[in-house]
Write a protein that binds this ligand. Structure first.
Ligand code: NAD
Ligand code: MG
Ligand code: MG
Ligand code: MG
Ligand code: MG
Length: 343
């Protein structure tokens, strides 16, 4: 077995007394917020959800049995303020609640963007930590309920109390992450690897690969339905195999023909030019170019973002896919995350 170069923490490494007598404010009740709030509450931690008076999430949080207050009230009451509103909204919410942070309190994040790129400058007398499940929030909740865990990361940016890391580990325990394992990282490493991963491989890279493959087949006269199945639908099966057993697990399960074809052709598709582009994209993440672009884009009312989103929504593969998914039973489930796990 290979040695981990990083330390992995499990349940036994967490000292729950670090959090059991504290109040945790969860600001935002979206993907991560609802999962952290409910998991912590079920773990016996005192939780208050901070939402604006006009937030549509208020009813949902109350229905889930949670106490709801405004972000300012919640932060005033809390020892740990977990900032789980969207990254672009966090600086404004922070300005609202900053005066409620008392010396020794903790300001906590699930992604390092605003701290790493200086969009939030926390007071010097609070702890600043990160507890980031490496998974969408709905799985964080579902895994907790089923007794499983969700792998996660912790990081400490500022430790004024001397127990910032222990408290973060206890929080990670409370949401179920230490059941699966928690890796210690830094705000910088979490932010840069997260942005690079979603841009180059996970969200950006993979959708471009799918669209280019689909268009190549359709332009050559093959039916859009065939192209959809081959280039998008089957991707899930391949990724599941890689997820379970690595690249080798996937190569083992596909035919020898697929293996030989893939091994001889794959590197011609994603080649040294793509690698150079990846390095450029990484540099833009590292030197702050991407962060600046995204911040300015938001200040300008998201003109490019809206345009790109619309073009993506109007791509032929979406129309074909929508029709096909209606016709096939595997996509019956309403819940996206359920769908993602269907065999
Ligand atoms: P989200 O988009 O699901 O929504 C967060 C919630 O914030 C909303 O449901 C709402 O309650 C509130 N909100 C939205 N707009 C608001 C506004 N203008 N003012 C005040 N409140 C508002 O957020 P998310 O995806 O859970 O992201 C929260 C944090 O978790 C981010 O830092 C993100 O990077 C991080 N994160 C997300 C995931 C994920 O899979 N979604 C995974 C790891 C880390
Ligand atoms: Mg503390
Ligand atoms: Mg990520
Ligand atoms: Mg991300
Ligand atoms: Mg095939």
């Amino acid at each position: 077995m290979t040695e981990f170069t990083t330390t992995v923490y499990y349940d036994d490494d967490a000292d729950r007394s670090q959090i059991d007598d504290k109040t945790v404010a969860i600001l935002g009740y979206g993907s991560q917020g609802h999962a952290h709030a409910q998991n912590l509450a079920d773990s016996g931690v005192d939780v208050v959800v901070g939402l604006r008076a006009d937030s549509s999430s208020r009813a949902a949080a109350r229905e889930d049995g949670l106490r709801v207050a405004t972000p300012v009230e919640a932060a005033a009451e809390a020892d740990i303020v977990s900032v789980l509103v969207p990254d672009t909204v966090q600086p404004a919410v922070f300005e609202e609640i900053r005066d409620e942070l008392e010396p020794g309190n903790t300001l906590q994040f699930a992604h390092g963007f605003n701290i790493h790129y200086n969009q939030i400058r926390p007071p010097e007398d609070v702890d600043v930590t990160l507890v980031a499940p490496k998974s969408p929030g709905h799985l964080v909740r579902r895994n907790y309920e089923s007794g499983e865990g969700t792998p996660g990361l912790i990081a400490v940016y500022q430790d004024t109390t001397g127990d910032a890391k222990e408290e973060a580990l206890a929080y990670a325990h409370g949401i179920g992450c230490t059941r699966a394992g928690v890796i210690q990282t830094s705000f910088r490493e979490e932010t840069e690897t997260d942005l690079f991963g979603e841009q180059a491989v996970l969200c950006g890279g993979v959708t471009s690969l799918v669209k280019q493959g689909y268009e190549t087949l359709v332009d050559a006269g093959y039916s859009p339905e065939m192209a959809y199945f081959e280039c998008l639908n089957e991707l899930k099966l391949i990724v599941d195999l890689m997820y379970e057993d690595g690249l080798g697990g996937m190569w083992h399960s596909v035919s020898d023909t697929a293996e030989f074809g893939g091994l001889t052709r794959g590197d011609r598709i994603v080649d040294e030019h793509s690698r150079e582009r990846m390095e450029e994209v990484l540099e833009e993440v590292q030197d702050g170019t991407f962060a600046r672009e995204w911040i300015l884009e938001n200040q300008a009312g998201r003109p490019s973002y809206s345009q790109l989103k619309e073009a993506e929504e109007n791509h032929d593969i979406e129309e074909v896919g929508g029709r096909l998914r209606e016709l096939f039973a595997w996509a019956d489930d309403e819940d996206d995350t359920e769908k993602a796990e269907a065999p």
